[in-house]
Ligand binder design. Sequence first.
Ligand SMILES: C[S@@+](CC[C@H](N)C(=O)[O-])C[C@H]1O[C@@H](n2cnc3c(N)ncnc32)[C@H](O)[C@@H]1O
Length: 589
Amino acid sequence: MFLIGRNSFRFIAFPSLARAVAYSSVSTRRLIMSESNSETIKRPAASTAAPQQVRVKKPKLKKYKAKKVDATSPLGVLQFEIQDLLKENNLKQEQVENDVSAILNDFSKDENSITSTFHRKVNDVRILKLTSGGDGMALINNPVDSEKKQIVIVPFGLPGDLVNIKVFKTHPLYVESDLLDVIEKSPMRRDELIRDRYFGKSSASQFDFLDYKEQLKLKRETIVNAYKHFAPRLVTEKLLPQVDDTVASPLEYSYRTKITPHFDVPRKVKVLEYRPPLGFSQKGRPTWRKEALEVGGNGSILDIEESSLATEILNIGLRNERRRFEREFSKYKKGATILLRENTIILNPSRKVKEQLKEGSRDENGEISYIEVEDKEHNVKLAKTCVTNPRQIVTEYVDGYTFKFTAGEFFQNNNSILPIVTKFVRDNLQIPNSKETEPRYLVDAYCGSGLFSICSSKGVDKVTGVEISADSVSFAVKNAEANGIKNCNFIVGKAEKLFESIDTPNDRTSVILDPPRKGCDEVFMKQLAEYYPARIVYISCNVHSQARDIEFFLKETEKGAHYKIESLRGFDFFPQTHHVESVCVLSRV
Ligand SMILES: C[S@@+](CC[C@H](N)C(=O)[O-])C[C@H]1O[C@@H](n2cnc3c(N)ncnc32)[C@H](O)[C@@H]1O
């Protein structure tokens, strides 16, 4: 019955095929259910009795429920990028819509099922552009409606590439695919640059095949597009300056001071007999990079022996922890994440190095692994260790200042670029035409363990930091003390409460904002405008929420109109990835 039901719908003509197949599957299910129900339903014993109605349970049609996403999250941003692609190709949204319900309600395993029809190989696909997430975007024909197209996302596809792909997932306005082969290479594709042996499988070093200058250009484009999408009024009213070139990271590789490899334990396994892969998630199931097909295995988690992005001591720590895991994996009942965080010790030259190391990942002889480096500018010798305990206190060293914080808490991840960023922030906080004798104040909203407060404290009368995490604030206080800084005070609380405690005159106060990815909320932006500080430097790891906040501030708050965007530029905290840190400077007009 099942096969007859399916076959009878197999040849239904376009465009209603998708829905028709879904209904065929459903009616098939309904029949199967009513059959099985008949065994349990009590029937009248004698044939003379009036026939009783048998209630048949209606199967529920699965409905596609769109997840609510923040507009500034990667999926939210993709919706804007889809609309751009439609406009550029003269297409209407209905021309790329997919019937997701048909796939959701397709229970057959048949090779001609609607799922197989959608999730198929497609050859000769031209990549048209990149998303801000660093994936290729293209248009392909809709498999069931010759009038329609589909928007396809192709990881590791570059504009100009001609590729073969396998579509594996369908969303209402786009489909996801794996890259199978590159037939014609985009001029951007520079395979000879690839340094990460897991490249093409792991998402960690997504841009490894791009020239570094090209990466910086793409990140600038991301900022331009973010403001186009999330601050359109600033663009049309020409309130946006030219976005400056993205500032390069001094280290293009070996820069990450924290990595978090993880492993899974299959659910029903009582005792693990084989060591599971320990590493990072695989990005789809790409086959285009033939030389990497077997590297790291083929599970959802890749077995990673080294990270081209992590610092040298983290790679030593990774080797140590893999060795330990090889011995101890059978003790684990559940998957887990291993923290590897760099720790820096300022060495006392009169003592032996090993005596100064307290805790850290250990080598095969049980000794704490370390490497020595020198800060020639400040004439200081440093030892780097790798910490694995999230509760351990670690130290970062930035431009002669030391910062302590708990290993599992937030701290910027690329130490090499921090002196450049902190200097840029410090320089841009200066109130123009100030006399030496005039007082200067600073407010650091979302201050964490005090990085920007401390690095900008010289020549300022008073710094006030606010931070929601009491733990981070207690470190900010200690960090100021340890660096001999007396003009900083820190408040535990929400940034939105900040303005209740600020007593410094607004004309002499500059404000730093460095919120989490979701950005600042409107209440905060309104209070900030009401306070009306002399200058604002907004640092953001999500340029989309930054653009939204800046437009709100300038256009929706009373005093926002008295500000202008003085500069906007990216800093490359994460080379070889699509991420960009954006810094926007606002000054009063
Ligand atoms: C991107 S981090 C920046 C930290 C610091 N500026 C640095 O560079 O180390 C954002 C910080 O904002 C804090 N945070 C999140 N929501 C907050 C809120 N509503 N008010 C104040 N701080 C908040 C987080 O705990 C985190 O430390």
